[in-house]
Design a protein around this ligand. Structure first.
Ligand code: NDP
Length: 338
């Protein structure tokens, strides 16, 4: 019988509250403590979620040998220092996306985790969805022939309680590209098993984003093997469905309602044989992510999205931001690509 993984939550966050606490517990993990920058928030969060301990001193928590792993879901600018501290204390690190705010920071996280011999995972949940896993399998099996184009529809309405730093604080890594586009990039990297090489993007701002933060973006990405992808991401669109389409020489896959945290959505394959529903067995995306992370700690396989995945998806997202700012196509640095 395996010993349960003992977790410290770093960040009294919405994502921990809504999804990750349940996922960790569903996989047999023990949430030993929540760490927050604010004592009252830590206490309220611990009480609401039946967590035995709460703290504001991360270093003291990291000094506890009973803690095996940390789940970092603080605002984005804190990911780097918290991940480095955890790794140096010998704790495995599951970090929220975007992994960091710069490529150098993300690389540093990967390097320190490797030096310390701890697992680093990035919580890109979408690749854990049964739908996206099925899309990847369809491509691998040649279901649409040679893939040519992808379209991602991820324009949503950001709920009022999630606005805050996402639409007000550039220094916290706000804005639609680091919040949503980075997920699209990761999902396409996973489905296509390929890496972005060149991007172009234009942003919208002003109806929700402030301080120069984009609240909408349309992007084009060229992947190394030739696929062109188009992304539409926004915080400001209340009534559009989400989806992902893949178009190839022998068929097209239409995945509806799949750019979501919930285990829902449907896939249809259209080809010369007509239309066929691709059956999927839906299950919690976050449970799968934690299951893979626990297994990686036990030496079995890798996290669903590794530190390298977080790094590469961030790199392309940063290139999108650079393109939007400069008005130019931007080449994605491929030093660490496949
Ligand atoms: P929240 O805004 O809910 O929490 C982020 C931080 O804000 C918390 O760590 C907390 O700081 C602080 N905070 C929380 N509530 C309050 C409050 N009422 N007043 C003041 N400060 C508060 O963020 P999210 O949960 O939406 O996102 C956290 C991270 O997770 C981000 O990196 C985000 O990109 C990522 N994310 C990932 C998702 C996924 O599915 N993979 C989905 C949503 C977010 P403190 O640590 O000090 O308690």
């Amino acid at each position: 019988m395996q010993i349960p993984v003992h977790w410290a939550l770093v960040g009294a966050s919405t994502i921990a509250d809504q999804f990750m606490i349940a996922a960790i517990r569903a996989q047999g993990g023990v949430i030993a403590v929540v760490v927050s920058g604010d004592a009252q928030r830590a206490s309220d969060f611990a009480q609401k979620n039946a967590i035995a301990r709460h703290a504001t001193d991360l270093d003291a928590v990291l000094a506890d040998p009973a803690i095996d792993a940390v789940y970092i879901s603080s605002t984005n600018e804190k990911h780097l220092p918290q991940a480095l501290a955890a790794a140096r204390a010998g704790k495995h690190v599951l970090c929220e996306k975007p992994l960091a705010l710069s490529a150098d920071d993300a690389q540093q996280m990967i390097a320190v985790c490797a030096e310390q011999g701890v697992v680093l995972g990035t919580n890109h949940h979408l690749r854990c969805a049964a739908t996206h896993r099925a899309l990847r399998e369809q491509l691998r099996a040649g279901g649409i022939g040679k893939p040519l184009f992808a379209r991602v529809f991820h324009a949503v309405s950001l709920p009022p309680q999630l606005r805050g730093w996402r639409v007000e604080q550039p220094e916290a890594g706000g804005g639609v590209i680091l919040d949503i586009s980075v997920h699209d990039v990761d999902t396409l990297r996973y489905i296509l098993d390929d890496e972005p090489v060149e991007v172009s993007a234009m942003t919208a701002a002003g109806s929700m984003g402030s301080a120069g933060l984009a609240d909408g973006v349309m992007s084009i990405i060229r992947f190394r093997q030739g696929v062109l992808a188009q992304l539409h991401d926004a915080f400001t669109v209340p009534f559009a469905p989400t989806g992902l389409e893949l178009h190839g020489t022998q068929g097209s896959l239409f995945a509806r309602d799949v750019m979501t945290q919930r285990p829902v959505g449907e896939i249809v394959l259209r080809s010369a044989d007509g239309e066929r529903v691709i059956e999927v067995e839906h299950a919690s995306l976050y449970d799968y992510a934690v299951q893979r992370f626990h297994a990686a700690i036990a030496g079995e396989g890798t996290p669903a999205a590794t530190g390298q995945d977080g790094y590469r998806s961030l790199l392309a997202a940063l290139a999108l931001a650079q393109s939007a700012q400069s008005g130019a196509h931007v080449t994605v640095d491929s030093r660490f690509g496949k």
